[in-house]
Design a binder for this molecule. Sequence first.
Ligand code: 7TS
Length: 413
Amino acid sequence: MGMFDAARIREDFPILAQTVNGRPLVYLDNAATTQKPRQVIDALVRYYETTNANIHRGIHTLAQQATEQYEAVRGKVAAHIGAGRPEEIVFTRNATESINLVARAWADMHVGEGDEVVLTLMEHHSNIVPWQLLARRKGAVLRYVGLTPGGEVDLDHLRELVGPRTKLVSVVHASNVLGTINPVADIAAIAHSAGALVLADGAQSAPHLPVDVAALGVDFFALSSHKMLGPTGVGVLWARHSLLEEMDPFLGGGEMISLVRQEHSTWADVPHKFEAGTPNIADVIAFGAAIDYLGGLGMANVREHEKAITAYAMDTLLRIPGVSLHGPMDVEHRGGAVSFAVDGVHPHDMSTIADGHGVAIRAGHHCAQLLMRRLQVSATNRASFYVYNLPEEVDALVESIEHARRVFADGDS
Ligand code: 7TS
């Protein structure tokens, strides 16, 4: 793995030094949220100890410093995802809010009765429910692209579904359940040829691989800070500048206006038009430290490390009798979210036994109930990896699975 040293990286993460249930903590729930390096925690503390002030209004020194630090993070995010201009970065609360912003501020203007929004069967609920609400408001129709047996988006089906009524194709970039990395550039080309726009849900891609929104050819891109070493409470919506310009505001209030009169107001410039009220200043600034940290590691190196540990995990898990995997088998086509089934052991029991070994995995539907139905399961076990995970931690997971197999041996069918 070259210069990339996960064992060294771990030392930056205070939480990883603890024991859980008498065993060293093995944190394999990174698709839910990632742990935070000292650098991010320090940035939060430093902000509150030295800089705390409201932004974009005061002309006193602290207000100016806080404003500069907050605004500087737009540039860092823009560079991280290949956005052309910092003003194309809108701060939200999370990826969910970013998608809802598009569903309200863009789709309410452009999607009408009988118009279609195309989704896939592997979407997180945050990329389903906002479109259902839109469909209810506008009489629009949702269409779902099916999946191949290998757990990839069926592009032939997409080509069939996309047509003159399609206004938007909204797809997950990397699946939180199957790990699948979708060919977003190909999907965008298909959508654009029909005149539809494209949203990529990057909640599970921006943390794990180099992302370039220009190369992906998308129109909207959503992500969450907390899944990429940053604090909770910060999300990002990227959209092309011209789109942001034409869109209506999402929320109204202070900060997002230019002039307010009794009956109407005019809007502040992009991106402030979309950031009503006092934003999450401290967490945005600490998110900047997370992006610096990832930049220091290099996203290509992050991706290589994850491919290596995912390949090791898939190989090792498949050697256990009764264990099967969901999603693509080729690590070139997938990220580090590995869903698996253990014959005769319910995922909730599996994760309880794993927890007894200090191993944190997630069991459940992973906010992807349409996908669970497609897989014909009610839940999966999921291990998901990040920059600080080591092969020994995969071994600890394997030990806990073998333990669960012994406990449930009688119930095996
Ligand atoms: N999109 C994808 C693909 C996700 O995996 C998640 C969160 C979201 C959107 C929503 O992110 P949020 O920050 O707005 O909540 N996924 C998960 C998960 O897999 N386990 O917990 C949260």
